[in-house]
Design a protein around this ligand. Structure first.
Ligand code: 5RP
Ligand code: FE2
Length: 224
């Protein structure tokens, strides 16, 4: 079964001074999801924003809010993000010792549960929680910053994650260094949700967003 392709612009690369307008702009430009990168300066070496900021822009569009939590501990904040309007909440497998509990907590809040893997973390780490996941996120850069280059070895991990998922109803997302140039290879490896921050928001000119989203979507639709 081929899963629908989803393009998820990351607002980490938005102009934060105009965050609401930047969210509306990508929604109008054809984004499927709004990817929200939450960083704590502890799990990753950068701080972005938290649930109150996300809540402030949530009402501006009906798009799916795809929240990528790069925070540890993560469990104490799941309710805040659910209340702030997250549709998908993704936690890192490396963020704590009780991944199964975190995934179950997200589902019990009525949200889709995602699990993210850092570049050095093998796919086998999620083998025993795969039926508790609605989304698997393969990080194709070390998390913490936008604008980094795609790590080519990620393609092997995407293939492995796709094999683990098999026929299950689980999305496979890739995040970090995604561009129109590598989108076909990423989708050919098995991914169906592509996060892109700098490739869409570079220059922060809303007039360019539609073409950039379309370029990634068209490239991904061709498949490598
Ligand atoms: O999770 C992230 C970083 O930790 C971001 O989602 C990711 O880096 C997107 O930005 P870019 O497309 O510029 O790499
Ligand atoms: Fe992300």
């Amino acid at each position: 079964m081929t899963r629908p392709l989803r393009i998820a612009p990351s607002i980490l690369s938005a102009d934060f001074a105009r965050l609401g307008a930047e969210v509306q702009a990508i929604a109008e430009a054809g984004a499927d999801y709004v990817h929200v990168d939450v960083m704590d300066g502890h799990f990753v070496p950068n701080i972005s924003f938290g649930a109150p900021v996300m809540k402030a822009v949530r009402g501006l569009t009906d798009k799916i809010f795809d929240v990528h939590l790069m925070i540890a501990p993560v469990d104490p904040y799941l309710t805040d993000f659910a209340k702030a309007g997250a549709d998908i909440i993704t936690v890192h497998a490396e963020a704590g010792p009780h991944l199964h509990r975190s995934l179950q907590a997200i589902r019990s809040l009525g949200r889709k549960a995602g699990v993210a893997l850092n570049p050095a973390t093998p796919v086998s780490v999620i083998q025993h929680v795969i039926d508790d996941c609605d989304l698997v996120l393969i990080m194709s850069v070390n998390p913490g910053f936008g604008g980094q280059s795609f790590i080519p070895e990620s393609l092997t991990k995407i293939r492995q994650a796709k094999a683990l998922i098999g026929g299950r109803d689980i999305d496979l997302e890739v995040d970090g260094g995604v561009t129109a140039d590598n989108a076909a290879a990423i989708v050919a490896a098995g991914a169906n949700v592509l996060v892109a921050g700098s490739a869409i928001y570079a220059g922060n000119d809303p007039k360019t967003y539609g073409n950039r989203i379309r370029a990634i979507r068209d490239a991904a639709s061709i498949r490598a």
